[in-house]
Design a protein around this ligand. Structure first.
Ligand code: UDP
Length: 416
């Protein structure tokens, strides 16, 4: 069997306060025909990054609906994850060399994983490219029963995908019964499938990362990391990945610092097991810091977990997500949900979440990021108004309940 991810229990009823009783009832009614269905989600990492974040809530909520849902992760090797990170970059538009050797290593490792698949399922949901060839490799094993529906969930933006790499993956993807995307714009024109569905991700308002944190508690947490809660703070929470542009955030911070000398910056990023590039980027970012004590470079290695992320996002006057490419960018909704205005790179799913000038700003350059940060730090009332509007936007569009409803609809429609 693949490694099974242990999960907390969650109850849909607890979401009534934030999402409304009617939403909960609607979801329960829609999910009634799925009672007892077996659903398996497969991805590449149990922690770090948005997919792990989503599944940690989605799978327990499916269980609460009476569905036998599970989450398993594929195993890899440093070599395999180095290749899949190249693939990830290539699918987001980077030029890479896609050699026969890389393809061989990729397929062999997926085959190893396919041989570990056990059990029978009504639905198998494969997340992102790392396990995309599992269905092809599963062949006629028991997991691939005649009525099993396979769904590929793509969390990344394939608008400028490297064609050679995409053409390698396309036939594997097309074997699935449906694919699910964050935005219709991400779907390559060459993809031929009967069911192509849009269902953007969401945040869990009841997770430790997003729960309300009393201010004194928040202040104590940030102080433990050397951050002064009485001085202005900018915050970006992201894996250490060039597409998240941490160096650009430091450049923007430096411009802000000239106008607002008291400003501090926190860059918090966990190191995911499927992202070997993280350690290298961390070093580059550390170097770019030039020993500035007001730039707090943090990761899970310094015990930065969900509570700390929650505190940093709340302590910040402005949340930043200056991505150059982005699938969705959960951190944007996380910031907005905490009533903070968010400055985001004009990329992918960030544009779904930020309504420019209403709940934050979409930026195309370091200078714009700096200027909007200065404006917001100088006008706290406006920042508060924007944050409040952002919270409502997230409530309507990007909470776990909305995503759950989308998936329940998809599952029932595939067998209906
Ligand atoms: N995250 C975290 N700790 C960190 C860095 C990131 O918990 O140190 C979380 C972050 O809060 C968010 C997710 O990882 O929930 C990142 O998701 P996003 O969609 O923003 O980006 P991805 O990593 O999937 O590209």
């Amino acid at each position: 069997m693949l490694e099974r991810v242990p999960l907390l229990e969650k109850s849909l009823a607890d979401y009534a306060d934030v999402a409304g009783e009617d939403t909960i009832e609607r979801i329960r009614a829609a999910a009634a025909p799925l009672k007892g269905a077996r659903i398996l989600h497969v991805n590449a990492t149990a922690y770090g990054g948005g997919v792990a974040e989503l599944l940690a809530t989605h799978v327990p909520l499916l269980r609460d609906l009476g569905i036998e849902a599970e989450w398993q992760v594929i195993h890899g090797s440093d070599e395999f994850f180095a290749i899949t990170k190249h693939v990830h970059n290539a699918l987001q538009g980077a030029a890479i060399e896609w050699t026969n050797e890389m393809q061989r290593i990729y397929l062999e490792k997926v085959l190893d994983n396919a041989l570990l698949l056990e059990g029978t399922y009504d639905y198998v949901v494969i997340h992102d490219p790392q396990p995309a060839a599992l269905l092809a490799m599963a062949g006629s094993t028991s997991i691939n029963g005649p009525s099993t529906k396979w769904i590929w969930r793509c969390h990344i933006d394939l608008t400028d995908a490297n064609q050679e790499v995409w053409e390698f993956f396309r036939p594997y993807v097309e074997q699935h019964d449906a694919s699910v995307w964050t935005m219709p714009e991400f779907v390559p024109a060459s993809l031929s499938m009967d069911r192509i569905v849009q269902a953007p991700p969401c945040i869990d308002p009841l997770s430790v990362k997003n729960l309300d944190l009393p201010e004194p508690f928040m202040r104590e947490i940030v102080k433990q990391y050397g951050i002064n809660p009485d001085r202005p703070l900018l915050c970006q929470v992201s894996r250490y990945d060039p597409w998240k542009d941490p160096l650009g955030v430091i450049e923007a911070y430096r411009i802000v610092k000239q106008e607002i000398p008291d400003v501090q910056l926190v860059l918090a990023g966990s190191m995911a097991t499927d992202d070997p590039e993280g350690f290298q980027v961390w070093e580059e970012v550390d170097e770019a810091r030039h020993g500035d004590h007001d730039i707090h470079l943090l990761s899970n290695i310094q015990q930065v977990g969900n509570v700390q992320i929650n505190a940093f996002q709340r302590a910040a006057e402005v949340v930043i997500q200056k991505s150059l490419r982005e699938g969705f960018g959960l951190t944007v909704s996380e910031g907005l949900w905490k009533g903070r205005p968010v400055i985001g790179g004009r990329a992918g799913g960030i544009t779904l979440q930020i309504d420019h000038g209403e709940n934050g700003y979409l930026v195309d350059s370091v200078e714009e990021c700096a200027q909007y940060s200065i404006d917001l730090l100088r006008d706290p009332e406006r920042a508060t108004e924007m944050g409040e509007s952002g919270k409502e936007h997230v409530r309507k569009n990007f909470l776990s309940t909305r995503e759950l409803e989308d998936w329940v609809g998809l599952f029932t429609s595939l067998t209906g």
